[in-house]
Write a protein that binds this ligand. Sequence first.
Ligand SMILES: Cc1cc2nc3c(=O)[nH]c(=O)nc-3n(C[C@H](O)[C@H](O)[C@H](O)COP(=O)(O)OP(=O)(O)OC[C@H]3O[C@@H](n4cnc5c(N)ncnc54)[C@H](O)[C@@H]3O)c2cc1C
Length: 596
Amino acid sequence: MTRYAAPLADMRFVLFDLLDVEKQYARLPGGEAATRDTLDAIFDEAAKFSEQVLAPLNASGDEEGCTLDKATGNVTTPKGFKEAYKQYVDGGWSSLNAPEAYGGQHLPESIGAPIKEMLDSANLSWGNFPLLSHGASEALRLHGEEWQRVAFLKPIVEGRWTGTMCLTEPHCGSDLGLLRTRAEPNPAGTYRISGTKIFITAGEHDLTENIVHLVLARLPDAPAGVKGISLFIVPKFKVDRDGRMGARNAVACGAIEHKMGIKASVTCVMNFDAAEGYLIGAPNKGLNAMFTMMNTARLAVGIQGLGLIERAYQISLAYARERLQGRSLSGPKFPDKPADPLVVHADIRRMLLTQKAFAEGTRALSYYAASLVDLVERSPDEAERKRADELLSFLIPIVKALLTEAANECAYHAVQIHGGHGYIRETGIEQFARDARITTIYEGTTGIQALDLLGRKILATQGVGLRHFLEEIGAFCKAQAGNAALAEFIGPLAKAAQEWGDLTLALGKRAMANADEVGAAAVDYLFYSGYVALAYFWTRSVAAAEASKQSADFKAAKRHTARFYFARILPRTLTHKAAVEAGSDSLLAMPDALFG
Ligand SMILES: Cc1cc2nc3c(=O)[nH]c(=O)nc-3n(C[C@H](O)[C@H](O)[C@H](O)COP(=O)(O)OP(=O)(O)OC[C@H]3O[C@@H](n4cnc5c(N)ncnc54)[C@H](O)[C@@H]3O)c2cc1C
């Protein structure tokens, strides 16, 4: 079994030195309670829970998986999961950010980012059970009627019930316009929901007494496509307007999937057979409400990527220091030992530094995105809320796709660093590579995130979010222009930011003439954007470290890793830029028949 140690020092560095969240919390409603002492205590407890309760269940959960009793439709989670969930609820973790009126503690949303990272590093499968509750809470809070908030939001906040997100159907995945699940009105104002949803995370389990499904369905006579989709609450046990739980509803788990990874996270086929449901939000506007959930969930899945990157790094570093193989090319570094440890070899260091640069860089990027959620939700200044919202919308597809793709790369490196010992099951390394694989698929694939970034967030808004971000980078470069400690990074960062704007403008022009250019460029454009964004956060990391009271070693490690990032990862933008500029012909000109 591999050990996990929460990287509290770097988490605190990002939150307090780099982002200075204390200052932001102090001026936001609900933030007053988030003092440094309180936060330190919260993070220490989350670390303990993740290291001591969740991490030890990771390998056993993978071995055991979830089981469905076909006769009853009940799902049993792996040994220890239920007890861990009870500890999670008793610890107050489910209620951190929710409004006090619904039983929450109303702490700023960004506090959840490091906590989520720890849960996901320790046990990604377990982390999926509370994950969707958060998205469901947000949809209920923002779009639900008051009785729905009291009846459904409160028990979710209290951790007594969990939530799900039911979008996918057998024939309908990325293209939600195809969905067929029907909702027919009852005289009492409720609805009868009928249809089959597949791949539903935590659709059935034994952790809580009730499960609240948020289901996309079509009303009779709804317009075709995405404009005719409504959102419904369908609880496993019916609930009246006073919040009293009643009889079993006609929704049941028909099967559970056998998967490549996250085996302890249950993925269900859910059959709705005229199940009682309650409309949430306006008819045919379900996708708007669902987008609230999807945004929260996309940021959360990005953070799953971060959790896996960190874990891959920790496992790899420990092994590279311990395993003795070969000698350094420039002569033995540990002559007293029969061979040098792997960590002396340049190729191993390439993989370790890639993991470290991604872990710390994406931590800064994703916590920054989470701090924008605080502003969107709580800033009393309308202009600040609007800017934060535009910036966040722009960053979410980058965070989701870049962090999860990097997680796959880093898990791959973890296997490689362990050699054959990484490939066999006994050591537990391959589990991380299998678990990471889903993160680039669910909550919208990398391809779909890239289309969202380029189509909806850049072209449809004249790049408003990108403009805010480039302004921020420009202001930072200007402010640091005379800082000799940053000189080696500021020049390349300013150049990359300038080029990002130029590349976007040129691509926008080509897209106006030929829409296929968008699809052909999107994924490369997303990676290009992500790598420049990380260059900004690496430069900020060096600046924040230099200005902080961190140790000399901490500062030196940041500088070395930033140098590695600029020398060996940022140049990946050259390939992505060339691919964006190559246009769509090389992809689309060949007739389908010639594929063979
Ligand atoms: C373990 C697991 C858990 C899940 N949990 C949930 C859940 O809780 N709730 C839920 O509703 N769903 C869930 N899903 C479903 C998941 O969100 C979908 O699998 C995902 O959105 C992709 O849809 P699809 O599988 O139908 O693939 P498709 O949509 O068929 O896509 C196949 C490929 O085509 C690409 N593609 C599709 N459309 C386009 C396009 N227009 N342009 C370019 N490329 C395109 C995609 O990027 C992908 O590479 C889960 C899936 C899994 C495996």
